[in-house]
Design a protein around this ligand. Structure first.
Ligand code: G3I
Length: 316
């Protein structure tokens, strides 16, 4: 029971995992990550972000991203680019702002076209714009929105499209997995981009969930976007708990992973699922949410948990 083998047999394009460059010295970790029966796709957790790829204006560094791209190529895995434009992990020369609209437009165009162009032909899909909204559905007032209003989204998508016309271009967001103001804001953005003829292929549902709290309308939420002609993907799945983990929490987590995979499986335009690293050893959760963790399907010793069996059963 290998996850990508099961997923592709259902018609998914991949079952994948995030990874990160520091982890690639861990040979036991890399052995599991590189098994393309298990993972048919990888996403770099950090090394294609703006602070990593253009730390100074006009100076591009691709060494970290290239290492992940060549790992994927050597393993015969699809690659998801992450990401072009995001309020977080920006170098200070961008986040400090002070640019007029024409200058910032050119900065976004140069960044997106250079980074996407560098990986042209190697990428299945790009998270071109990441997390544009606040949880209440208002726009995040970052340097991009403050200078350009919502036009920055189309500027980034057009630049990415020009640089790699074959890549699927996504907007990636969290807390859109259930009906509410943030989901509505993103649906409205999609329709306004489509009216303007802006290239957009997909929506990434991050799905950073809490054990016992998977939204019951996840499938319906995915379908609202596929009804607009887009593909969808689950891009950053993990399901955290308050530590210590117990048998009861691990059993609930199994059910929760099964529910998420079943929702994607039930939607014909849901092309795949990526877990936000496969092992608790390298999860982002404990450093961000104090006292929480154990969010991944493999434990810290790279041994599968009940959550893994939940994924298998939803894919079988
Ligand atoms: O690179 C520095 C290093 O020089 C320094 O010594 C070290 C000390 O803390 O920090 C390193 O930077 C860290 C970076 O990861 C690279 O390892 C940051 O502190 C840390 O905050 C950063 O965390 C990443 C986080 O995004 C930042 O927002 C996580 O690894 C990454 O998994 C996480 O991924 C995000 C997605 O991109 C978007 N959706 C949410 C998801 C989870 O937060």
């Amino acid at each position: 029971s290998e996850l990508n083998t099961l997923a592709t047999a259902l018609g998914w394009k991949y079952f994948g995992s995030a990874t990160d460059n520091p982890e690639l010295t861990d040979t036991a970790y890399v052995a599991i990550l590189s098994d393309n029966g298990m993972f048919g796709q990888i996403t770099p957790g950090n090394s294609m972000k703006w602070d990593a790829t253009e730390p100074e204006r006009g100076t591009f560094t691709f060494s970290g991203g290239d290492a992940i791209a060549s790992l994927a190529e050597g393993n015969g895995q699809l690659l998801r680019g992450h990401n072009c434009v995001w309020y977080n992990q920006l170098p200070s020369w961008v986040s400090s702002g002070g640019f007029d609209a024409a200058t910032l437009t050119s900065i976004i165009q140069t960044h997106c076209s250079t980074v996407v162009g560098h990986y042209k032909g190697q990428i299945y899909s790009w998270d071109v714009v990441n997390e544009p909204f606040n949880d209440d559905g208002t726009w995040r007032t970052d340097v991009f929105f403050n200078t350009l209003g919502e036009d920055y989204v189309g500027i980034a998508l057009e630049a990415a499209s020009g640089a790699d016309p074959a890549a699927k271009l996504y907007i990636n967001e969290y807390n859109i997995e259930s009906a509410g103001a943030k989901q509505t804001a993103l649906l409205n953005l999609v329709q306004s981009l489509q009216s303007a003829g802006t290239p957009l292929d997909g929506i990434g549902f991050q799905c950073h969930f809490i054990v016992g709290e998977v939204p019951t309308d996840l499938q319906a939420s995915l379908e609202k976007f596929t009804a607009l002609g887009l593909e969808v993907a689950i891009t950053e799945l993990d399901i955290r708990m308050t530590l210590p983990s117990t048998d009861a929490l691990l059993a609930q987590q199994k059910t929760d992973y099964e529910s998420v995979i079943a929702a994607c499986r039930a939607v014909s335009g849901c092309v795949g699922t990526t877990i936000w690293d496969y092992t608790d050893k390298y999860s982002w959760v404990p450093s961000t949410f104090s006292g929480q963790g154990a969010a991944c399907p493999w434990d810290e010793n790279l041994v599968t948990k009940p959550a893994f069996d939940g994924i298998v059963s939803a894919l079988s």
